[in-house]
Write a protein that binds this ligand. Structure first.
Ligand SMILES: [Zn+2]
Length: 198
C-alpha cells in the first residue's frame, strides 16, 4: 500500500521515498499493531489508521457482529443488551454500516458496468415506519439472472385496506410518494444507462 502525506498543503510523494516508516503502536481497542509513518518534508506523523474509514472508532471489535445481528433482524436495543454496549453506540454503528454498504454497492456497480445486464426486474416490497398505519414502499431494481440488487428507493405511501380510514384520523393525510420514488430509482446513473441500452 502506498501512502501519501495526508497534509493537503504538503507536496511530498512516496515515489521519492519522502514518506518513511516510523515505528508501530498497539491500538488498544482491538489489539492490532498499526504502522506509523513520517513525512520527511513536513515532519508530520500519521499511520495506516489515518486513511481508514473506521478512523476514530473505539469499538471496532463489534462492527461485524452488529452487522450480522442487524441482518438477522435483531433490534438495536437487543444488540446493545447482547454485546453490552450503549444503545447510542449501536445507533452510530448503524449509520456507519449504512455508509459502508453504500460505498460497497457503488464499487460493485462500477465493476458491473463492464458486464452486460440483460434482464432487469422491478418490484416493490411494503414495510412500515413504526406502525402499519404508516407504510413505506421499497422499490427495487434487480438483475433477474444473477440476482444482484441494482438499486433501491424508499418512499412513503398512505395506509391501505381497513387501516386507511383509521390512519387518516390518527395521523392526518399521508401523501403518496411512490411515483417520486420510482422516478428516483429510474434516474439513478447506472439504471438510466441500462434503460438507454435496451
Ligand atoms: Zn508532508
Amino acid at each position: 500500500m502506498i501512502y501519501n502525506c495526508p497534509i493537503s498543503t504538503c507536496n511530498s510523494s512516496t515515489k521519492n521515498k519522502l514518506v518513511i516508516k516510523d515505528g508501530r503502536y498497539k491500538r488498544a481497542c482491538d489489539s492490532r499493531k498499526i504502522q506509523r509513518f513520517r513525512c520527511k518534508v513536513c515532519g508530520k506523523k500519521f499511520s495506516r489508521a489515518t486513511f481508514s474509514f473506521e478512523k476514530y472508532q473505539k469499538k471496532r471489535r463489534v462492527n461485524h457482529r452488529i452487522y450480522r445481528m442487524l441482518c438477522d433482524r435483531s433490534s438495536m436495543r437487543s444488540i446493545s443488551r447482547e454485546l453490552n454496549i450503549n444503545y447510542k453506540t449501536v445507533a452510530r454503528k448503524v449509520q456507519y454500516l449504512a455508509e459502508k454498504s453504500r460505498r460497497r454497492q457503488r464499487r460493485f456497480l462500477k465493476k458491473l458496468e463492464k458486464s452486460q445486464v440483460q434482464n432487469m426486474q422491478f418490484d416493490d416490497l411494503i414495510t412500515l415506519e413504526h406502525t402499519k398505519m404508516k407504510p413505506l414502499s421499497v422499490s427495487l431494481a434487480v438483475d433477474k439472472k444473477r440476482r444482484f440488487v441494482l438499486g433501491a428507493e424508499v418512499s412513503r405511501i398512505p395506509a391501505f385496506g381497513h387501516l386507511a380510514k383509521k390512519s387518516k384520523k390518527k395521523y392526518g393525510f399521508r401523501e403518496n410518494h411512490h411515483e417520486r420514488g420510482l422516478n428516483r430509482l429510474m434516474e439513478k446513473n447506472f439504471i438510466e444507462q441500462l434503460i438507454e441500452m435496451l
